[in-house]
Structures are given as C-alpha cells and as structure tokens.
Design a protein around this ligand. Structure first.
Ligand code: ATP
Length: 639
C-alpha cells in the first residue's frame, strides 16, 4: 500500500512536469530546433579496459574490463551499478576525460563509426558535473547568458542568443524563476532540482550532440529526480540527442524514463540493453523480480557485495551474473549492433576547434565577476565592512598622535599593524575565489575558455575594489591617527596600502589554486602571511634578522616593502620633539635643537630614502610572480 501511494505521488509529479513542459508558448517554441542533432547518428564504445596501479599493493588493478555499448541518436542511457563498480571511470572514458589518476585506457569510442580527435569530440559533447558549480549570485537568465556568450563567442546575434536562452529556460520549466538568483550561503535562491536543471541547460546552450551527466539526481528527492530526468528525456527525444547519465538507485518511474541501461559490477558488464528488457533478462538467467519491486533497487540488491550479510554467496552470485551476461544472446546482439554501428557512414559533423577569443572571454568574465562582486557580499562587501571597522578601530586607538618622541614607537606599531592586518584579512576572499575557480574548472572542461582569460579577468576585477578599500581605510585611519599630514604623503600611503592588498589577494589566489579546499587554503594563506609578518622588518629589524630568514624570505616578502615604504613616507621628512627634558631617543643632527630628524628612526631599521620606485617595482614583480605561478598551477591541475 505504502509503495502504491509512493507510485501515485510520483505519477502526480510526472503529470505536473508534463503540464509544465507543454505550457511552453508557441513563439518561444519556435526556437526548439536550435538543439536538433542531425549529424550524430550513433556513439559506441568497444572493449573499454582501464588499468591503474593499485594504491596499496602497487600491482596493476583492473577498474574496467572490456566494456561495450552502443547508443543511437535520441536515446537516454542509465549507467548503473553498486558503489565503486566503475561508473565514474567509464563516464570519464566515454567523455574523453581523464579516467582516473595514472590510468591506462584501452579500447575505442566511435561517433558515426569514426574516431574523432579529443578536441573534436569535446566540441560535439558536453559534460554536466555532479557538483553544480554555478555562480550563486547570478540569476538563471544571467547564468545562461554568460554560458551562451562563452560558447558562441560572437557567432550569434544578441537577439538570437536571447531567443535561444528563453526557449531553453521555458522548455525546462524555469520561466517563473528566470530572474531569481541561484543562491549564496547568505541569500537563498532556487531549489536543488532547479539548480540541476540550470546546470543542464547551461550546457545545452552550447548545443552538444552527446550529453554526459554525472549523477544528475544525487541529493534530490525522488520527485525532484523524476522532474529533472523528465525534462532531460524530453529534450533528448525532441532533439535526437544522446544522453548518458550515471545514476544511483532511481525510483521506478525515473528508471522507466531511460531507454537503455548499462549495468556494471566490479568493473565488468552485467547487462547492456533496453530498460524494458531488464526484468525479463534477469528472469531468464534465474533471478526473477518479485512484483511491486523497484527494478533498479532489485538489480542493485542482487549485485551488492559490500553490504551483504553473506559475502561468499553474494560474490558467487555476482560471478554468475557476469558470466551469464558474456554467454547471453543479448551480449551477442550487442556485438552485432556494435559491428553495424562501427560501419555507419554518416560523416562526422564539422567539429572545427572553435578559436579561442581571449579578449572576448576576458570581457565576458569581467562582466560576470562584476555582477557577482556587487551582488555577493562574500566577494567584497564583507571585506569592505571589515576594513572600515578596522580603520575606525585603528584611528581611535592611535588617536591624534602628536609629533613628540613618545609617539615614535606607537606610530611604527600602527604602520606595522595596519599593513600586516590588512593583508591577513585577505583570507576572507578565499570562499569567493574557490567558487569562481570551481566554475572555471567546469567551463574549461567543456572548452569554454582557458586559464589565462580566467586569471587576467580575476586580476582586473579586483583592482577597483582594492583601490576603493585602500582609499576608504586611509581616509578614516590616516587622518584620525595624524600620520604625516600632507596630501602627497597621504596619496603615497594609499598607494602602499593598495599594493599591499593587491599582493595579499594574489597570494590568496595562488594558495587557493594550489589547494582548492577552503580550510587548507585558509590555513596556508594565514601561515604565509604570518611568516611575511614576522620577517617584514618590524618584529626583528633587518639589520639583526638572522641570515636564513633574511636571504630566503625577507627579500620576497611583499609586506616588508610595504612596511619600508610606509615608514619612509612617515619619517623621512618629519621631525619629532624630544620632550621637556630634552633627552632625545635618537641622536640626529637636530639634537642641538632638542629634536629628532625622522631619518634617525629609519637609520635604526637600515632604511634609505629615494628607493620608492624600486620597491614599487619589486612589489609589482611579486604580484606578477604570484599570478603567473597561480596561472601555471591552473594550467597544470585539471581538477
Ligand atoms: N589507484 C587505485 N587503486 C585502487 N583502487 C582504485 C584506484 N583508482 C580507483 N580505484 C577504485 O576503482 C573503483 C571505481 O571507481 P569509480 O569512482 O569509477 O566508481 P563508481 O562506481 O563511480 O563509485 P561511486 O558510485 O561510489 O561514485 C573504486 O572502487 C575505486 O576505489
């Protein structure tokens, strides 16, 4: 009874999806041919075998063992099997992505019987990752516009682009939410199922002929899963697309949406064929499915070894299923179908590698980041508020310092604290950068733009915000604390602060590119800043800093140049009085006048004037170095 209720609720969901699908207005539906696949007839894979070096035994380990299959245009295929059976590995091989770390791949994948180059294959296919990797502060429409701008570069007119986007949004039932944001940790956005549909259409806008989906229903309840798969099925059927999706335990109705099933267990084929034939097939090999049973659940239960109460029995059942598949008439039919499909004669579609448009990509990325930067407070808003708070705090703690020698040490402390703490706080940029990076990795996999365009745009978008923060902070703290009160000194202070922030943000980008994990990137950036703080010249003057830290770290420490620059800016041209008793802390030529020339303070640190240009040059070099290293990491690291 309970299961019947479940089925009827799924049926309701199915009806509502159908209604949504067919509420598409006629005008928008006119664009539905945009996705039509008239060039890819079949996609087959033959004897796919993947071997890796086992992590523990260091011996060769077979992850996939001679896997075959063939799919025709318009078919939607489910890739199923128990956890660890090799689904992700097979999906990666089929999509021509890295199968697994250090894997050796054998076998062929053919499109229309032909073997296209990897770049040609990627031009006619798209991969939808399990992790949505969407920019949370963009609306559905904006996400689609940017995806379309990246994929079609300048080949579509704006009107045509808008028409195609509206048509896709409409046909995936997202019209009502089109202007809603995806959702950030602070602002709630669209639902999980809607996000998944958006991930799919943001790939469909690139007009793929073959669509790969990695667990498109993971994390969704059964009705949302059904909804997502129904929309995909509809699009595949209408446009003759090939869809291959790995999937875990689909409900009965979701399972029945698929045309074919690839069943794996322990890296071996256990079934390949129509979903409608699964029950009969298992019946004929001696495993009858009881009535009112979810077929997907039944099959997975049969193959389950890891969680079985009787492991020996399960293993022997699994071997039996694998052996019977090899001997089955269905496997022979598949071999014949593969033979026929490998001789198909339809020429491959024109898969000329689309030229990279570096400047167009940079402009589009800057535009996208700009929307994110003002809409997502995590990107810059929180930092702006934080720096303003810090400026007020500093300005009031170090309030109106006078030009008596008693102020020399507090002023020096303020210079150190301001510069070091500002760079420390740049760690607040880590989450935002990681979101952008995840989006970049996904887009690059699908050939939309490259690492140089991403890095350049990331640098450009930071400039106005960091400059604004430098001005804001200085306008408050500089005058409250009564630093060197000339316009020229103020502008130089702003410049040092700006370069400090620019370097700190570039360090965040480098660390988060090497370790794209929130906690690790945060910890390492904080550690690096702690190191730069310790050797920047304030804690231990460079004149007595031990040689290891001096020669290994202090010359490449951006904070040391900022500290030097600010110290020279403050002390080079001012004088301090020595108090009523005329006991000067520093003996300078002005001692007879009961004063200290600021240069005396600088001499203690070994700082010389007239080197501003050199220090600015070194700082820019450090920023460039961080960025180039970050770029190299992004180019080498594929995930
Ligand atoms: N270098 C390696 N050494 C040993 N085993 C490995 C190695 N690389 C991958 N594997 C194993 O290969 C198997 C296949 O992994 P894959 O991710 O393709 O499985 P899956 O079916 O997608 O799993 P899941 O459903 O849990 O995501 C896993 O059991 C994995 O642990």
């Amino acid at each position: 009874m309970a299961s019947q209720e479940h089925l009827s609720s799924i049926d309701d969901a199915r009806t509502s999806v159908k209604l949504d699908t067919f509420s598409t207005d006629v005008e928008n539906d006119a664009g539905s041919d945009d996705l039509m696949n008239s060039s890819v007839q079949s996609f087959l894979w033959n004897r796919i075998t993947v071997t890796v070096k086992d992590r523990e035994t260091k011996q060769p380990k077979l992850l996939l063992d001679s896997i075959d299959g063939v799919v025709k245009a318009g078919e939607m295929v489910a890739l199923m099997g128990p956890s660890g059976c090799g689904k992700t590995t097979l999906l990666n091989v089929l999509a021509r992505r890295d199968a697994a770390a250090g894997a050796k791949v054998e076998g062929v994948t053919l499109v229309n019987g032909d073997n296209p180059s990897t770049s040609a294959f990627r031009n006619l296919s798209s991969f939808v990752e399990q992790d949505d990797a969407l920019i949370g502060s963009l609306t559905i429409k904006e996400t689609m516009h940017f995806a379309a701008r990246f994929s079609h570069k300048n080949s579509l007119t704006k009107t045509e682009r808008i028409r195609r986007i509206n048509s896709l949004i409409e046909s995936f039932g997202l019209r009502k939410q089109a202007n809603q944001i995806v959702g950030t940790p602070i602002r709630k956005g669209i639902s999980g199922g809607q996000k998944r549909r958006l991930s799919v259409i943001s790939q469909l806008v690139t007009v793929p002929k073959i669509l790969f989906l990695d667990e498109p229903t993971s994390g969704l309840d059964s009705s949302a899963s059904f909804e997502v798969m129904s929309f995909i099925k509809e699009a595949a059927k209408k446009n003759h697309l090939i869809v291959i999706a790995s999937i875990h335990q689909p409900s009965t109705t979701t399972f029945q949406l698929f045309d074919k099933l690839i069943l794996l267990s322990g890296g071996k084929s256990s079934y390949f064929g129509p979903v409608t034939g699964v029950q009969d097939y298992f019946g004929t090999i001696g495993y009858n499915m009881p009535i009112y049973t979810n077929p997907a659940e039944f099959i997975l239960e049969l193959m389950n070894v890891d969680f079985s109460s009787n492991r020996e029995e399960s293993e022997s059942r699994l071997s039996d299923i694998q052996r019977k598949w090899i001997e089955s008439p269905e496997a022979r039919t598949l071999a014949t179908e593969i033979e026929a499909a490998s001789k198909a004669s339809l020429p491959l579609p024109n898969t000329k590698q689309s030229k990279r448009h570096f400047f167009t990509d940079v402009v589009t990325l800057v535009h996208r980041s700009f929307i994110k930067s003002y809409r997502d407070v995590v990107a810059y808003g929180i930092r702006i508020a934080m720096y303003l708070g810090l400026a007020i705090m500093m300005g009031t703690v170090w309030l109106r310092l006078d030009y008596d020698q008693a102020s020399i040490q507090p002023v020096t402390n303020a210079i150190f604290f301001g510069g070091a703490f500002m760079s420390f706080m740049a760690v607040a940029y880590v989450p935002s950068y990681l979101e952008d990076r995840a989006s970049f990795i996904k887009d690059r996999h699908n050939g939309l733009y490259g690492a140089p365009a991403f890095m350049v745009s990331n640098f450009i978008i930071g400039l106005p915000y960091l400059f604004f923060i430098a001005i804001l902070f200085s306008s408050v703290a500089y005058w409250l604390s009564n630093f060197n009160p000339t316009g020229d000194a103020f502008m130089k202070w702003v410049m040092w602060l700006f370069l400090d922030l620019l370097s700190a943000e570039s360090l965040v980008v480098l660390m988060s590119s090497i370790f794209p994990n929130f906690v690790v990137a945060l910890a390492l950036t904080a550690f690096a800043n702690g190191l730069w703080m310790s050797v920047n010249g304030f804690m231990v003057p460079p004149t007595i800093l031990n040689v290891f830290y001096k020669y290994v770290f202090s010359y490449i420490d951006y904070q040391s140049y900022v500290f030097k620059g600010m110290m020279v800016n403050q002390f080079a041209e001012v004088t301090y009085t020595c108090g009523s008793k005329c006991e000067c802390m520093f003996r300078t030529p002005l001692v007879a006048e009961c004063k200290i020339a600021g240069q005396g303070v600088l001499d203690q640190y070994g700082y010389h004037t007239g080197l501003n240009g050199t220090w600015v040059g070194i700082l820019l070099g450090i920023v460039l170095g961080y960025r180039l290293l970050g770029l190299a990491i992004l180019m080498v690291k594929k995930n």
